[in-house]
Design a binder for this molecule. Structure first.
Ligand SMILES: [Cu+2]
Length: 156
């Protein structure tokens, strides 16, 4: 009885340990998706999460996606009840934090799609950071309503 180690202590230790192992220089992009747009639309918006598990602040400085003429970082800002978009030269992701790009906030604006991209379609994107790292990811086109349902679900 004296030597029985409480199981929860072992589990806590294992959790802490794996966390430190993961914390080594990890910059990740997760949950990337593009909101489906009407066929005539010349722009689409992409959303995702950037996780900076490194010990350095990072800036995302460039974005490009296959099948689009150009891509930019944007932020939707509410000014006196009027939503407008601002072009952002870069996105700041402080050390140990994450930045969520989501409807009504930061997003990636995709200009002039080469073809129609319906829900279920995918494309390849590259995001470049200030330290020279480039992360390649594949957002999937989703119906915006379905995506809202999904984010709603996450809050439960
Ligand atoms: Cu925009």
């Amino acid at each position: 009885m004296m030597f029985s180690t409480p199981r929860y202590l072992l589990m806590m230790f294992a959790t802490l340990f794996s966390h430190y192992a993961l914390a080594d220089d990890k910059l990740e992009i997760e949950d990337a998706w593009i909101a489906e747009a009407p066929p005539v639309s010349k722009v689409m918006a992409a959303y995702l999460e950037i996780e900076n598990e490194t010990r350095q602040d990072r800036q995302a400085i460039r974005i490009s996606c296959d099948g689009f003429e150009r891509a930019e970082f944007h932020r939707t800002i509410d000014r006196d009840g009027m939503a407008s978009m601002e072009h952002q030269k870069s996105l700041q992701i402080p050390a140990g934090s994450e930045l969520e790009l989501k409807p009504g906030g930061y997003h990636i604006m995709l200009f002039n799609p080469a073809r129609r991209m319906p829900a279920g379609d995918k494309t390849g994107c590259s995001m470049e950071f200030d330290d020279g790292t480039t992360i390649r990811f594949e957002p999937e086109v989703r119906k915006a309503a379905a995506a809202e349902d999904h984010s709603h679900h996450d809050h439960h």
